[in-house]
Design a protein. Structure first.
Length: 356
């Protein structure tokens, strides 16, 4: 905290003397939810009920900066003062160069407004998401091309047989050996937008080599599409993505799916994955918006299938400019080879947010 105050004090004192425009902002977010997790679906009464009453980790403070017509940037810190964003931009006439940490092209879409689990937004449960990663990005209008810090922190699961639906036969752990990269992760995206609709397309590729007792090449890719329609007060958003070894790629995975490559009978096996979501909403007026959504993420390797599903209903209630509350009710379910798996989560509550 002391270090943060010193940094902010220096910035505030220096701002008037620098030839730059500083626009500071903040967002305080608080979760108040009752969460009922059924830990074992085969045992009646075996559940865990908790109250979540805490500041959300995605509360933030930051600033955007304009040095001149060509040079700008931004920074953003989380509630624990960790780095969320830190980048500089150079506008070169026909486009923009960005260097630093920001949302990657594939992670710039938020079709859902689900607020459970610190504004989960169905990320990793139908909505593909990598997050904010160091990169060099070029942007021309609605087209983005980024060269991103590669992810080599994926895990591998090993087993002699994948015929069971019981996770107890699977073990997970980090790859043994040295992860060598020769090229950065590459992503591209494009948004086509009209007055009543938008269409997004994106794709990404990553490769690295594990040098150890057994040398293996781990290749990952993702492709996706999303769209939205607006009919007056009614809106509809949907998205779909598919790929290979998404966990090795660095995809966000809150459901704990086995989405990394696996060593099966001594050989590297690629993991297939896909996800999709749909959101329907109604803006009654400037004070009230109602939304319902559904998302699903699936993985498959050697005919072994696993998935996580979430569906919810919420309402955004605007109290005044900058202050709103979002009550939400929903369910999160897991299954393995079509059989319900533990845990199953039911939640109800609200998010409180003040932007300043």
């Amino acid at each position: 905290m002391k270090k943060l105050l010193i940094v902010l004090a220096v910035l505030l004192l220096a701002a008037p003397t620098m030839a730059a425009e500083w626009n500071f902002y903040g967002s305080a977010r608080f979760a108040t939810f009752s969460v009922d997790r059924d830990l074992d679906l085969d045992v009646d009464g075996d559940s865990d009920r908790d109250t979540r009453w805490a500041q959300q980790g995605n509360s933030r403070i930051g600033a955007t900066v304009k040095f001149n017509d060509e040079i700008g940037g931004a920074f953003e810190m989380s509630d624990s003062f960790g780095k969320r964003k830190l980048y500089g931009t150079y506008n070169f006439g026909g486009g923009q160069l960005l260097i630093g940490q920001d949302y990657t092209p594939s992670s710039s879409y938020f079709y859902s407004n689900s607020v459970f689990d610190s504004d989960g937004d169905l990320l990793g449960v139908g909505q593909f998401y990598v997050g904010r990663v160091p990169m060099i990005q070029l942007k021309w209008g609605n087209l983005k091309l980024a060269f991103i810090d590669p992810n080599t922190k994926g895990e591998v699961f090993t087993t002699e047989s994948l015929a069971t639906v019981d996770h107890s036969t699977l073990t997970t752990g980090t790859f043994t050996g040295d992860g060598d990269t020769t090229i950065p992760k590459i992503e591209a995206s494009y948004r086509f937008k009209g007055e009543m609709f938008f269409v997004d397309v994106f794709g990404g590729y990553q490769t690295y080599e594990i040098e150890g007792a057994q040398d293996v090449d781990v290749d990952s890719y993702v492709v996706g599409i999303g769209a939205g329609l607006n009919f007056g007060p009614v809106f509809f958003n949907a998205g779909f993505h598919m790929g290979e070894n998404l966990g090795n790629y660095g995809a966000y995975n809150p459901g704990g799916l086995l989405d990394e490559a696996g060593i099966v009978d001594g050989n590297l096996e690629d993991q297939e994955g896909m996800g999709y979501l749909a959101v329907l909403g109604f803006k009654a007026n400037d004070m009230l918006t109602i939304e319902a959504g559904y998302g699903r993420e699936e993985t498959e390797i050697c005919h072994y299938e696993e998935d996580v599903t979430q569906y919810y209903l919420n309402a955004t209630i605007n109290i005044t400019k900058g202050f709103f509350i979002v009550p939400e009710i929903g369910m999160i379910e897991n299954s393995i080879d079509g059989v319900s798996a533990e845990p199953e989560t039911f939640y109800a509550g609200a998010k409180w947010q003040i932007n300043f």
